[in-house]
Design a protein around this ligand. Structure first.
Ligand code: ADP
Ligand code: MG
Length: 455
């Protein structure tokens, strides 16, 4: 640590003692330990907080003012000190972040797009919890991070908002930088690509714009759907893509929809996306949602009873960002208002963000979707014939019934024309193993779940 950093650390320790000295240990741990300061000079100081709850908490309790006066005193500064707030990352928003709230990954001219600290340190592979909905996407990204440009290239990941696409790209960046700090990695969102490209054009800096990409070992393009309708930018991206690809550089693209559904993006670009591996992230299972909440609460060292976590996981099903936001809201509210963490208080706290209950799923719908997926008739699916071509779809059907309905194994077996509950049980375990090791079947399964839920 150099002297300046040491001074900043010391200053922060003093501030903590003087401003927060009286807080009880639980609050100290929850609210104060994640804070830090940076960029101290006579006129301004930046406090780094995890998210909006923390800044609100600092302001509404008058702590920000106290911090200001302690620092002014310590620095002997006569000027009015400006206190800025910076966010590490923001999971408190239950909706998509507005562009201003998003961390802006500075594109520093003459340097590279992203260097060390700029990837979110929380977005790692270790912190990415999996089930069958996202295991494949994580696996290909992890391989690509370890062996850029070799096995899977390009990688195209698609998923609705809030299911971990950006997290995975940052995990790739973090992993590559762990291997070598010297790696140049071009991480950029497609909307920033468009605006940087336009300003490079306007300023006659197109060569330097290009060379930044060309010198990278990996290109991570987030939210490619923002290229829709931007023909010139697409053309530019197409050239950059080709150069990097030909030089065996790793390319990973994320999107909110499948390649074929990117209407308004040139066909030749879409066909490039389809060259490599395409992985989707499906809706998270209840187990995954619960595991993520447990992981989060353990990491943040907050104790939340299991039944409360389960209640949150059961009621917020579509979007992991919202799930995390709900957890944070519950904890923040419970602590500030001194509420016990019971299901009743949690219900009250979350009443505005709990999603309406999805309508129950019928076994008929499952049978219909499975028959359609495997291109067999419903009668064949429910028949006694044991050929492989029918047995596998039938097992998928029983697996889906177990996953998506409350029916017992016996009821499931009976719905598929069988008498014995063990048939359904075996089908369930067989498919569970199959999809764990076979991404091809995992994708088929996700596709069917999607159809069943949406239809
Ligand atoms: P997207 O880019 O797909 O909209 P993000 O990557 O921003 O989604 O993810 C939203 C939030 O959910 C992030 O805080 C991320 O860390 C978290 N998240 C998503 N998937 C997982 C996962 N499998 N395990 C842990 N956290 C996850
Ligand atoms: Mg994203």
């Amino acid at each position: 640590m150099n002297k300046q950093e040491l001074d900043v650390q010391n200053l922060w320790e003093k501030v903590k003692n003087k401003v927060f000295g009286d807080l009880d240990p639980q609050k100290l741990e929850l609210w104060v330990s994640p804070l830090s300061i940076k960029e101290v000079d006579e006129n301004s100081v930046t406090i780094v907080v995890p998210n909006k709850y923390f800044s609100d908490w600092l302001v509404s309790n008058g702590y920000l003012e106290k911090i200001r006066s302690v620092i002014s005193e310590e620095l002997n500064s006569s000027e009015l000190l400006e206190i800025k707030i910076d966010y590490i990352y923001d999971i408190s928003q239950s909706q998509e972040l507005t562009p201003e709230q998003k961390i802006d990954y500075e594109y520093i001219p003459e340097k590279v797009f992203v260097l060390k600290e700029t990837f979110n340190p929380e977005y790692t592979f270790e912190n990415f919890i999996t089930d069958e909905s996202n295991r494949f996407a994580k696996a290909v990204c992890e391989t690509a991070a370890k062996q850029p440009g070799s096995a899977y290239n390009p990688i195209f990941i698609y998923a609705p908002v809030g299911l971990g696409k950006t997290h995975l790209l940052h995990a790739v960046g973090n992993k590559m930088l762990e291997m070598s700090r010297k790696f140049r990695i071009a991480y950029i969102t497609a909307d920033k690509f468009v605006s940087d490209y336009i300003s490079a054009l306007q300023n006659g800096k197109i060569d330097s714009f290009r060379s930044k990409f060309q010198n990278a070992i990996a290109l991570l393009l987030d939210d490619v759907q923002f290229l829709i309708g931007k023909e010139k930018s697409q053309e530019e991206f197409f050239h950059i893509f080709n150069i990097l690809f030909d030089n065996k550089k790793q390319i990973i693209i994320t999107s909110d929809r499948k390649p074929q559904e990117l209407k308004g993006i040139e066909e030749r670009l879409i066909s490039r996306f389809e060259w490599g591996v395409i992985a989707d992230i499906g809706r998270p299972s209840l187990e995954l949602r619960l595991a993520i909440l447990k992981h989060k609460s353990q990491k943040q060292k907050i104790f939340v009873p299991e039944d409360v976590l389960r209640y949150i996981a059961e009621n917020i099903t579509e979007n992991i960002r919202r799930l995390e936001g709900a957890l944070l809201k519950v904890v923040a509210k419970a602590i500030t208002e001194n509420l016990p963490l019971t299901i009743d208080t949690v219900k009250e706290i979350l009443k505005d963000i709990i999603e309406p209950q999805p309508k129950p799923i019928s076994i008929q719908k499952i049978i219909e979707v499975v028959a359609e997926e495997f291109k067999i008739s419903k009668n064949e699916l429910l028949s006694k014939k044991r050929t492989d071509a029918l047995a596998l779809p039938r097992q998928f059907g029983m697996y889906l019934a177990k996953k998506l309905t409350d029916l017992s194994y016996l009821e499931i077996a009976e719905s598929f024309g069988r008498k014995d509950h063990t048939t359904a049980y075996h089908a369930y375990t067989k498919i569970r193993e199959l999809i764990a090791y076979n991404p091809y079947y995992a994708q088929i399964l996700n596709r069917m779940i999607e159809k069943i839920r949406n239809g």
